[in-house]
Design a protein around this ligand. Sequence first.
Ligand SMILES: Nc1ncnc2c1ncn2[C@@H]1O[C@H](COP(=O)(O)OP(=O)(O)O)[C@@H](O)[C@H]1O
Ligand SMILES: N[C@@H](CCC(=O)OP(=O)(O)O)C(=O)O
Length: 379
Amino acid sequence: MAQCHEKKRIVVKIGSRSLTSRNGEISYRKLVRFVDEIAKLKDDGHELILVSSGAVSAGYRKLGFIERPTNLSEKQAAASIGQCLLMEAYSERFGSHGYVASQILITRSDFSDQNRYMNARNTIQVLLERGVVPIVNENDTITIKQLKFGDNDTVSAKVAGLVEADQLVILSDIDGLYDDNPQVNPNAKLLEVVHDITPEIEAAAGDAGSEAGTGGMCSKIEAVKISLAAGIETFIGDATKPNILFDVVSHKAKGTYFKPDEKQEDLDVKQHWIAFNSGVKGEVIIDEGAKIAITEEQSHLLPQGVREVQGTFESGDVVVIRHLNGEEVGRGLIHYSSEQLREIKRLKREDLPANIKVTNVEAIRQDDFVSNEITTAQS
Ligand SMILES: Nc1ncnc2c1ncn2[C@@H]1O[C@H](COP(=O)(O)OP(=O)(O)O)[C@@H](O)[C@H]1O
Ligand SMILES: N[C@@H](CCC(=O)OP(=O)(O)O)C(=O)O
C-alpha cells in the first residue's frame, strides 16, 4: 500500500487533553485514533518519533485523587502510574499494526551533557533504522524542579533538533495559533502561515493553558522558536481532525505552519548542540582582530586574540565569546581550561610554552564555533 513519497523524519507531539478523558484516565478512543494516524505514515515509509504527554493525567485517579494534583510529588507519583498505562496502551495498539513502540524518558541534563546527547541520538537512530516508534516523555517521576523542562512542547522541539527532523508537528485540542485566545475572543482568526515569531505573535499566545495541559499556546510558541532556529518546519493543529498527519505532511492540513528561514546556515550535530543545548561555563573576551578571524575569515580563535577570561571552565566546556566592547560574538567549545587560558592569553604562537606549541594551539576551532546570529534566534 506504500505510496511513492519523499521519506520524512517527523516528530509528533501530542498533549494530555488529546489522549485522556476529563476524569483522569486514558481515553482509548483518542489514543487509538492517534496511533492509527501514525501507523498510516509509517506504512507510507516515514520515520516517526512521538513525544507524548498524558502520564500525570492518566495516573492520578489510580493514585486515589479525584482531581489532577498540583503538588509536585503527587504529580510525580501519578506520572509513575500513568506512564506505564500509556506505554501499555501504545504498545498494544502499535502492535496491532505490526509496529513496535519503545519508551524514552528524558531530563534536561540529557540534553546539556554532550555525551548523553550523542548517546540519545544514537539510540534513537538504531530504533528508527529498525522500524520502531520511539515514544518520548519527560522523566516526570524523578526530575527535580531545577532540571525540569516542565512542558513537552519544549521537549518536542529539542527532540526534533536532536534527531534532525524534517518536520515537527504539535497536536493539541485547538486547530492552530489564533491572533488572540479563541476561548476568550470569538472573533480571533487562525494564522495559517507564520514566518517570524514577532512580539505580536507572542502576545497572542498569552500564557493560558488548559487544566489538563501545562503550557498552553505560550509554551508551544516557545517551542516553535527552538525548532525554527534549528531550521525545522513546524505545524500546530487539532489532534482530532481525521487524516491530520497525512495532510500535514502534504501541506494540506488546516492549522498553522511555521516556516524556517531558508537562508539559514546548516549546523552539524556538534554545532547544533553547542548552539541550543550546552550549558555555558564561562566567558572569553576577544579583540577586534580575533573577532574578524573567527566570524569573517573562517579561522580558529587563537590565544593571542584572547584579552580576558571570566569564570572557571575545563577543556571541552562551552563558553561565550564576547568582544571587548561587550557585544556577544558567539559560543564555542574551548580547548583550554580557564587556568591555562589565563596563562597563555595574548601570547603569539612562538611565545607559547613548549608543551602547548606541540599540540593544536587553537583556543576554539572554527568547527566548534557558532555565531551569535544563530544562538539568539531562539531567545
Ligand atoms: N492565540 C491562541 N491561539 C490558540 N490557542 C490559544 C491561544 N491563546 C491561548 N490558547 C489556548 O491554548 C490551549 C492549548 O494549550 P494546552 O491546553 O496546554 O494544550 P496541550 O495539552 O495540547 O499541550 C488552547 O486550547 C487555547 O485555550
Ligand atoms: N510530562 C507530562 C506532560 C507535560 C506537558 O507538557 O503536558 P501537555 O501540555 O498536555 O503537553 C505528563 O506526561 O503528564
